[in-house]
Design a protein around this ligand. Structure first.
Ligand SMILES: C[S@@+](CC[C@H](N)C(=O)[O-])C[C@H]1O[C@@H](n2cnc3c(N)ncnc32)[C@H](O)[C@@H]1O
Length: 286
């Protein structure tokens, strides 16, 4: 077991690492949930063979080319197509029929990682006959993840799981209709890309940037502290049209957040919410 001094030292080292990233590169991780951030920084130090977090800080400062690697380790750009299929089924059955009443549909997908969710949404909209009048703004902090998202190329090893997800989400075709397989890689049909805009956006510091009918931000808030989660909910509220939909990750609870008072739960189990005109008296309806 580590002694108290070692634990305190590591807290200081983490703080200095976070400050170094902010001052040198303007990436602010100061409001991320501390325990999981500390774990990821520790893992990075091990992976980059640094004997301590202080040594990692020195490398971060002196080797700017390490930045993409550091961001990847800190931001967890992991996703799947049709992840949590029940959510995509609810989008098909409960959300898209309402969105169909708008002449133009804007979706903000925040924290898009390598694009898996954005392309899943594109397929959903295509199958509902709504894609021609839709635009998906898929944003992420990581320029590297966005580059990968634009390519739409993934390992074929994912295909089986993604196909199962697609079927479980209510897909009526075969997922293979939407990609070509070659040399162990899966390349998504470039036509799916036509109404997706991939753009860099930092939920810590950037502002609202579109008027959306659906905001999807899944498995991102879980990495943030409560005040930062509340800031994000404020951004989503300001972005959504009245009656617009918000979809969060299955493990993301927002009940305590003051900005949650503007949302009512459509399906609390699936973390699917709707923006009301005014804050509800009791906060988030369960
Ligand atoms: C675990 S992935 C979630 C991907 C996808 N939404 C899903 O649920 O499968 C978290 C994503 O959030 C992004 N992210 C982390 N901090 C962010 C921030 N401050 N602003 C925007 N995106 C951020 C990461 O780069 C990463 O791609």
């Amino acid at each position: 077991m580590r002694d108290i001094a070692a634990i305190e030292r590591e807290v200081i080292e983490v703080d200095l690492f976070v400050r170094a990233l902010q001052r040198a590169y303007d990436y602010d991780f100061g409001q991320y949930a501390p325990a999981s951030l500390q774990r990821r920084i520790r893992q990075l130090a091990v992976q980059l063979e640094c004997p301590s977090i202080s040594a990692l800080t020195a490398r971060a400062l002196h080797e700017p080319e390490l930045l993409p690697r550091l961001l990847e380790g800190l931001t967890v750009p992991v996703s799947e197509m049709f992840r949590d299929p029940a959510v995509f089924r609810a989008l098909r059955e409960q959300v898209l029929p309402v969105l169909a009443s708008y002449p133009h549909i804007n979706i903000w997908q925040a924290g898009c990682a390598r694009g898996e969710e954005a392309y899943s949404l594109a397929i959903l909209l295509e199958e509902a006959g709504l894609y021609e009048r839709s635009r998906i703004y898929a944003t992420d902090l990581s320029a590297d993840a966005l580059r990968r998202a634009e390519e739409g190329i993934y390992s074929m090893q994912e295909a089986q799981q993604w196909s199962r997800n697609y079927q479980a989400s209510g897909g009526t075709h075969s997922l293979a209709d939407y990609y070509r397989a070659r040399y162990g890689l899966l390349k998504l049909d470039q036509r799916l890309r036509r109404n997706i805009t991939f753009a860099q956006h930092n939920l810590v510091s950037d502002k609202v940037f579109c008027e959306a009918h659906l905001v999807m931000c899944r498995n991102v808030l879980i990495y943030f502290s409560n005040p930062l989660q509340n800031r994000c909910l404020g951004l989503f509220r300001d972005s959504l049209v009245r009656g617009g939909f918000l979809c969060l990750g299955l493990r993301e609870s927002i009940d305590y957040a003051s900005n949650a008072a503007h949302f009512v739960a459509l399906d609390p189990r699936l973390r699917l919410y709707r923006l009301t005109g005014l804050p509800t008296a009791t906060g988030l309806a369960r």
